[in-house]
Design a protein around this ligand. Structure first.
Ligand SMILES: Nc1ncnc2c1ncn2[C@@H]1O[C@H](COP(=O)(O)OP(=O)(O)OP(=O)(O)O)[C@@H](O)[C@H]1O
Length: 681
């Protein structure tokens, strides 16, 4: 690939003409304004080739040191985004607020081609230096933007398209810009949404990192969105003052700016105090509990925790890092880097396997894994295949090793390969310096659980087969082989022999996986349903949460198309509604009010357009059941659309407008991706 300047003069004339006239027929307004800034403010000439401006290595290191925590929070997310995009002729780039590239992920080939343009660490891409471009114009406009090909100011960049979004620090200031630069100009709306999601992940990580001595409070109007990217997140001081908030928190609370929220206490936002919500979160085993919006009838589900760093240290709101305001000037401490926040681990679940078929299956599995025979678990989605696989692991000779699960349905093809096999440092530019240890190597000495194995791409099936035959693995970008020894358990809700017949699954791999094949019964057919309801209730409701007779009757009679996952979801919402006490019929509104869907059909309901949404307990969580029937690209698309619907408060017309498609096209798409929203009459 060569990135040569072309048709420079014609491009320059067009730019100057638009600047003179002040508007651009087909163009983006942000771009027109940027061209005008370039000519009138920065005095740039589109007709003259631009020499890349690159800062020296010492200056670059100083910037990287200043931004160390942002880069640390962004590094992993950028690699994941790069792998999701699956475009070898692209780069994911992070700049500081001067437009200097401080981290970049790309293939070595693309990096080599882009280097002469200054697209590498140290390259300066502010508008003043590089004219209109994704990074610089995003910084100047403080707004997400796509700059396609000849929207660039200088003709030497017109073979590239860049999309960029701002990344905000916990005080609401722009701290960095995240950009995707690519040879392809397609799907920029999609890229922008993925960029937006990645920026939110980085921002959430930054709050954890900088406020590890504050109480984290997670909330959303739907319980299943708590602990996800969509959640509102607050950092709360010991005295109940709000020290930081993410963008979703502001949006959900109807506030405009970080300044507005930082003058508030928890009692100003919710009808509860920090002590109360901490106590209720603890007694519900950190499952979301109900918290009403102060002075409004909006219901949220929230969880609060003690500070990650040290429960005894007062959360003063003094934080470290670039551009950060010390919120509490009286704290009197020097700046310090807070320790890393440990990942939240869900509490262990109480498992029930009293159905005689499961007892027999577990016994069979125990006997065959003693000889390392691979086990294939079949069953409807949510029927407990992973939980059963863990039980097998715990009674296998590999029980002292790790249980490593990989969901083949939720990962794009490129990601499955690197997740499974790992890669060597430098396999692509910007990859983690130490490389990544693949899941197969992580499972060495333990159990590898391959969930939704039917979704494994055919090409990878061949590689997996080789690993199983040779019992050794070769990470990407290396020729080294590592011997591995693990118990293999795989699972599918699809009928693999049918896929084999259709040529969609390798027959040899099927026989290799199905040393023994076990069918797990759906919840509606399990004879231990009553005990299961009780054990899931104990997990979700904590001690003291009971079922009224009527509620139990309803739960026993329900057909449970989403199986145990749906049951858990229903009881989680019900326990929250009942405040951890006795669950009555009115705490199970959807089981009462709605016709239960037929078995094998798990619709996804989305919230209504108001902030005060009702959790729909009759459905599997928005991300659960349908995912299994979608291929990775569709799963990704689904995630993007859910995110956009959320952003537009579930207003389909606005989402259609943002995507530049008709409403009918969007409805068809939503339907195909199992996002059920009824068109208005
Ligand atoms: N025996 C059990 N006792 C209590 N809870 C269970 C049990 N089995 C499954 N669950 C709960 O049901 C939910 C779904 O379980 P799991 O992920 O194992 O299902 P799955 O069949 O692997 O789903 P999928 O087909 O979507 O991969 C989880 O929340 C899990 O905690």
């Amino acid at each position: 690939m060569t990135l040569m300047p072309r048709q420079g003069d014609r491009h320059a004339d067009r730019v100057l003409d638009v600047v003179r006239r002040g508007f651009h027929e087909e163009g983006d307004d942000l771009v027109t304004r940027s061209w005008s800034r370039c000519v009138n403010l920065y005095r740039l000439d589109p007709g003259r080739a631009r020499e890349p401006v690159v800062i020296g290595s010492a200056a670059l290191q100083a910037r990287r040191d200043r931004h160390a925590d942002v880069i640390e929070c962004a590094r992993y997310e950028m690699t994941t985004l790069y792998q999701q995009l699956a475009d070898p002729e692209s780069a994911v780039v992070l700049t500081d607020t001067d437009g200097v590239i401080v981290h970049m992920v790309s293939s070595p080939e693309f990096a080599a081609d882009a280097e002469p343009m200054g697209l590498h660490a140290g390259g300066m891409w502010s508008e003043a230096e590089a004219g209109t471009n994704g990074m610089g114009t995003c910084l100047a406009a403080a707004h997400p933007i796509s700059v396609r090909r000849d929207e660039h100011f200088f003709s030497q960049f017109t073979q590239l398209t860049c999309s960029a979004v701002p990344v905000f620090d916990p005080t609401g200031e722009i701290i960095a810009v995240l950009d995707v630069t690519s040879r392809s100009s397609l799907m920029q709306q999609h890229v922008l949404v993925l960029l937006g999601m990645t920026a939110r992940m980085i921002e959430n990580r930054l709050i954890d990192k900088r406020f590890s001595n504050a109480h984290p409070l997670h909330f959303h109007s739907r319980p299943e969105f708590v602990y996800t990217l969509h959640e509102g997140k607050l950092a709360v001081g010991d005295d109940g003052r709000i020290l930081a908030a993410n963008r979703s928190a502001l949006f959900q609370l109807g506030l405009q700016s970080m300044d507005e929220i930082r003058t508030q206490r928890i009692e100003d936002l919710f009808q509860t105090s920090l002590e109360d919500i901490l106590k209720r979160s603890l007694s519900s085993s950190f499952h979301p509990v109900v918290a009403y919006r102060a002075k409004a009838a909006l219901r949220f589900f929230a969880v609060a925790r003690r500070p990650a760093s040290d429960a005894g240290t007062p959360a003063r709101g003094r934080v470290a890092g670039m551009g950060v305001v010390a919120l509490d000037e009286t704290a009197g401490e020097g700046l310090r880097v807070p320790p890393r926040v440990p990942a939240l681990r869900p509490p262990p679940i109480v498992r029930t396997f009293k159905d005689p078929r499961l007892v027999a299956h577990l016994d069979t599995a125990r006997r065959v894994v003693a000889r390392s025979t691979p086990v294939l678990l079949c069953g409807e989605t949510g029927s407990g295949k992973e939980v059963f696989a863990r039980a097998i692991h715990e009674s296998s000779p590999h029980a002292d090793g790790a249980f490593v699960a990989v969901n083949c349905a939720s990962l794009p093809e490129t990601l499955i390969e690197s997740e499974l096999f790992g890669y060597k440092a430098g396999a692509f530019t910007g990859a983690q310096r130490s490389g990544r240890r693949g899941k197969i190597l992580q499972a060495d000495g333990g159990t590898l659980f391959l969930d939704e194995i039917a979704d494994m791409p055919l090409e990878l099936q061949a590689r997996l087969l080789r690993v199983l035959d040779e019992r050794q693995v070769t990470p990407l970008g290396t020729e080294d082989t590592h011997p591995v020894d693990f118990q293999l358990v795989s699972a599918s809700h699809q009928h693999l022999p049918t896929l084999v017949q259709d040529g969609r699954f390798r027959e040899d791999l099927y026989y290799r996986l199905a040393g023994i094949e076990l069918d797990l019964p759906p919840l509606r057919d399990r004879s231990d349903k009553r005990e299961l309801i009780q054990s899931v209730l104990a997990d979700e409701g904590g001690t003291g949460c009971r079922l009224s007779e009527e509620a139990e009757r309803l739960l026993m009679a329900h057909p449970w198309p989403g199986n145990l996952r749906q049951l858990r979801h229903v009881l989680r919402s019900a326990a929250a509604l009942a405040d951890g006490k006795t669950i009555a019929k009115e705490h199970l509104p959807s089981l009462v009010a709605r016709q239960a869907p037929s078995p094998n059909q798990a619709p996804v309901a989305l919230p209504a357009a108001t902030g005060a949404t009702t959790a729909d307990e009759n459905t599997a969580p928005a991300d659960a059941a349908p995912k299994a029937r979608l291929n990775p690209i569709q799963a990704n698309e689904r995630q993007v659309l859910l995110q956009m619907l959320e952003q537009h408060r579930w207003n389909v017309s606005n989402v259609a407008k943002a995507l530049d498609v008709s409403r009918n096209t969007l409805y068809r798409k939503l339907h195909k991706l199992h996002i059920e929203i009824s068109p208005p009459d």
